[in-house]
Design a protein around this ligand. Structure first.
Ligand code: SF4
Ligand code: SF4
Length: 119
């Protein structure tokens, strides 16, 4: 069974363009939405994302909505702990496809890391 993990130097979910996430206000509180919008930088990338190193500059202090954690996903999306794994894999794949494409190296690396199998 595929097991979710974040793949280093991916960064797809750090592309925050609100145009790609029209339902932000459904799962973020008003203060969180304000923080989110304040982080949108050039080309829709998070201002805290280091594009050269391809990593978060504030990882230890990143906002709650950047964290893939059971309690947070239950609160934000109504996802039960036992659903988190598959939901997180779907989220990452959708985000990677939107930012880099279905056939990108990032998608290949993600699928390999989590053991995702189309068959
Ligand atoms: S899209 Fe998924 S794998 Fe890529 S950086 Fe975000 S959490 Fe990690
Ligand atoms: S704060 Fe960090 S983890 Fe969150 S979107 Fe920005 S770069 Fe990515």
């Amino acid at each position: 069974m595929a097991k979710w993990q974040c793949v280093k130097q991916c960064g797809a979910c750090c592309h925050l363009n609100p145009a790609d996430r029209p339902d932000l206000d459904e799962y973020l509180s008003p203060p969180e939405l304000e923080v989110y919008l304040s982080m949108v930088g050039e080309g829709g990338w998070c201002i805290n994302y280091d594009k050269h190193l391809r990593e978060c500059r504030i990882y230890a202090n990143r906002p709650r909505f950047c964290r893939v954690e059971s309690e947070i996903f239950q609160d934000m999306y109504g996802i039960k702990p036992e659903e988190l794994n598959d939901f997180a894999i779907d989220c990452c794949r959708q985000q990677i496809e939107g930012v880099y494409s279905e056939s990108s190296l990032e998608m290949l690396r993600f699928d390999e890391a989590v053991g995702f199998d189309f068959c």
